[in-house]
Design a protein around this ligand. Structure first.
Ligand code: SF4
Length: 307
C-alpha cells in the first residue's frame, strides 16, 4: 500500500498513475480497510447526510448549551436582517455556527477532522453543493480529498488542539474544505496544494484556549471564520494566486509552531481567552454548578441542573 508523507508525493503519484486525488483515496481505503468501492461511497454518503442533519438540527432545534455560553447563534445569524456580504456568505456563517453548536449541545456530528472543527466542512460542502451547482455524488469525492489532506497534515504536524493549538484543528478543517472545493471546481493538483497552504497560512499560530475547558467559546465562532477562510483560500487558488511557500513547508511550519507553543495554549484552558477574568468566572460558575451534581442525590441533581 502506498503511504504518503507529503503533498508532493501524493500529487506525483496521482500524476504518474493518471488518476485523480479522490481515486487515489478510494484505492487507499480499499487496501487499508478491505472495503469495496461501493461500501466506501455508501459510508461517505452517510457521513455527508450526518453533516447535513447537523446543519439542519442547529438551525431548527434549540441550541442552548448546558454551560449557558451558547444560545442559538446559528439561528441568530440566519434570521438577522443584516447580510453584509450577501446571502451566500451569511448562509455559510450561519451553517458553520449551527453545525458546531450541535456538537456543543451533545448532538451527532462528523468529526472532520475533530469535533471542535465539526462545523466547517458541513457549511462549506452544503453551500458548495447548493450554490455552486456541484452534483451531490461529487461531494463524496470532495470528502475523499479532504480526508487525504487531513491525513497528511496529521502525519507531519497534528490535527488536535492539544497537540498543535487551534491552527491544527480549525486550520486543518479550513484547509480540507479549501482543497476539496478547489478539487471539485476543477483545480489542478498545484491549485489544490495552494488552497490548502493558503488556508493554513491564514490560521497559523492560532492558539487553543477554550473557556472553561468546554469546546464552545471561541470554538463555535472559529468554525464560522474557518469556513470563510476555506472559501477565500479556494477562490484565491482557483484564480492562480500561489502560496509562495510550498504546501509541505507550510505544514512543517504549522508543526514547528505547534511544538513551540506554550502548553497554556494547547486545550489546557490556562491561557488566552480561558484565562481572562470573564473566562475564569465562567469556569468557576460551571465548576461550582457541576461539583454538587456529582455528589448530590438524583432528585437534588435534577433540580440543580434545571435550565
Ligand atoms: S479553541 Fe481548541 S477546543 Fe476550540 S476549536 Fe480550537 S482547537 Fe478545538
Amino acid at each position: 500500500m502506498k503511504v504518503f508523507e507529503r503533498f508532493s508525493e501524493w500529487f506525483a503519484y496521482c500524476a504518474e498513475e493518471g488518476i485523480d486525488l479522490a481515486e487515489s483515496m478510494v484505492r487507499y481505503e480499499m487496501e487499508l480497510k478491505g472495503r469495496s468501492r461501493e461500501e466506501i461511497y455508501a459510508r461517505l454518503e452517510r457521513a455527508f447526510q450526518v453533516m447535513e442533519e447537523a446543519v439542519r438540527t442547529g438551525l431548527e432545534q434549540d441550541m442552548r448549551s448546558r454551560s449557558g455560553m451558547l444560545d442559538n447563534w446559528g439561528k441568530r445569524v440566519a434570521r438577522s436582517p443584516f447580510s453584509l456580504l450577501g446571502p451566500r456568505v451569511k448562509t455559510l456563517i450561519a451553517r458553520a455556527l449551527a453545525a458546531k453548536e450541535v456538537n456543543a449541545c451533545m448532538g451527532r456530528i462528523v468529526a472532520a477532522p475533530t469535533a471542535g472543527s465539526s462545523g466547517i466542512l458541513p457549511a462549506m460542502l452544503t453551500v458548495a453543493m447548493e450554490e455552486l451547482a456541484i452534483p451531490r455524488p461529487r461531494i463524496c469525492d470532495g470528502l475523499l480529498v479532504a480526508a487525504g489532506i487531513a491525513l497528511l497534515i496529521e502525519r507531519r504536524a497534528g490535527i488536535a488542539g492539544a497537540v498543535s493549538g487551534c491552527q491544527a484543528e480549525t486550520g486543518t478543517a479550513a484547509a480540507m474544505g479549501a482543497g476539496a472545493l478547489t478539487y471539485l471546481l476543477g483545480g489542478s493538483h498545484e491549485q489544490v496544494g495552494n488552497a490548502v497552504a493558503i488556508a493554513l497560512q491564514c490560521l497559523l499560530g492560532l492558539v487553543c484556549d477554550p473557556v472553561a475547558g468546554l469546546v464552545e467559546v471561541p470554538c463555535v465562532v472559529r468554525n464560522a471564520s474557518g469556513a470563510l477562510v476555506g472559501f477565500a483560500a479556494a477562490e484565491m487558488a482557483l484564480a492562480g494566486v500561489p502560496s509562495v511557500i510550498p504546501v509541505d513547508e507550510v505544514v512543517e511550519a504549522l508543526g514547528e509552531i505547534g511544538r513551540s507553543m506554550d502548553p497554556r495554549y494547547k486545550e489546557t484552558a490556562m491561557g488566552g481567552l480561558a484565562a481572562t477574568p470573564t473566562g475564569k468566572a465562567i469556569a468557576e460558575r460551571v465548576l461550582l454548578r457541576d461539583i454538587p451534581v456529582l455528589d448530590a442525590p438524583a432528585e437534588a441533581s435534577d433540580t440543580q441542573n434545571a435550565p
